[in-house]
Design a protein. Structure first.
Length: 316
């Protein structure tokens, strides 16, 4: 029988693979630490649920980013609508999912077309958006998704199905009370092996580096730990335009800080929505697309000032 031929990696693929590989020594977190984290999280969420007075709360990475950002914007009505620029991510992820399972070598445009056709049949907001696109928006979305999909297929190391890759992987944790935590991550790789931490969590970004990206991944690691009892191994933000990765090992310290940040975010939300604390304006990158910008002097001053953060955080 012929041996399978090892794929020839490009330098970019090789560089990323070297960062993602497991070390020889298995990573195993102390069971006492995981049990303590779970116990603290469960107790704190139960107390915060009581303060919510029966209201249910879905805590996601975007909820936390908003509540830790400008509190006025956090309380503003959510008028989010899909646009070709924001929808390119989910179309590309669907296309990559198809590409990973494709018979033969997938062409990016081919899998993107198939992904858009399938998404248009979906009975949800994403499906309705794709099905209702004008010709020009359809073309723009296709072009953006092909760009992302091509970069992934050309620059990210090939993913064997034996590594259990899952695109748009959802993880949720629902303790007693009215608060649920959950998130979707772009890619999870690896399969459980007892208490050994093997999961690799990957988020794809098409923009610049930002410290928010690390917070997003740490939150996902927290949810994964609380629901499964085994922390992931590594957190990776992969920048498609640069073919570069920001990699962080999961540690007790970053799981603890993720829990503190999540609990602090929930508490702020309760103070603002239930207990009547006035919201604070916190100008930042979000001022760029804030619907209140025209009536907010602080936001306009921030945008017109010399703020490198504004151009350094344009993740579309
Ligand atoms: S413009 Fe900026 S500071 Fe003003 S409300 Fe919006 S996000 Fe907050």
């Amino acid at each position: 029988m012929q041996e399978p031929v090892a794929p020839t990696l490009t330098p970019a693929q090789g560089r990323t693979l070297a960062l993602l590989r497991r070390a020889d020594e298995p990573v195993v977190f102390a069971p006492e630490f995981v049990a303590q984290l779970l116990s603290e999280a469960t107790q704190a969420v139960a107390e915060l649920s009581t303060r919510l007075g029966g209201e249910t709360l879905w805590v996601s990475k975007s909820f936390l980013a908003k509540v830790h950002g400008c509190e006025v914007l956090h309380l503003a009505p959510d008028d989010f609508e899909w646009r070709p620029a924001t929808a390119a991510g989910f179309v590309a992820h669907k296309a990559i999912e198809l590409a990973i399972n494709w018979r033969g070598e997938p062409a990016p445009a081919e899998v993107v077309d198939e992904a858009m056709a399938r998404l248009a049949d979906q009975a949800d907001g994403r499906g309705a958006f794709v099905a209702g696109l004008s010709q020009a928006d359809w073309a723009e979305l296709r072009s953006r998704a092909v760009d992302r999909c091509t970069k992934f297929l050309q620059d990210f190391p090939p993913l064997p199905l034996s590594a259990h890759p899952v695109l748009e992987a959802a993880a949720k944790w629902r303790p007693a009370g009215t608060i649920e935590m959950g998130s979707k991550v772009d890619l999870v790789v690896g399969k459980p092996f007892g208490r050994e931490s093997r999961l690799l969590i990957v988020d794809f970004k098409s923009g610049y580096r930002s410290f928010h990206h690390r917070d997003d991944l740490r939150f996902y690691a927290l949810v994964q730990t609380l629901r499964q009892g085994v922390p992931p191994r590594k957190l990776v933000t992969y920048y498609l335009d640069y073919a570069e990765s920001e990699v962080e090992d999961v540690t007790e310290g970053n799981l603890r800080s993720a829990l503190m940040r999540a609990l602090d975010g929930i508490e702020r939300h309760i103070e603002l929505t239930v207990e009547g604390r006035p919201p604070q304006k916190r100008p930042g990158v979000a001022c760029r697309w804030c619907p209140l910008q025209s009536e907010c002097e602080e936001g306009r001053n921030f945008l017109h000032g010399d703020n490198p953060e504004v151009v350094a955080d344009l993740d579309t």
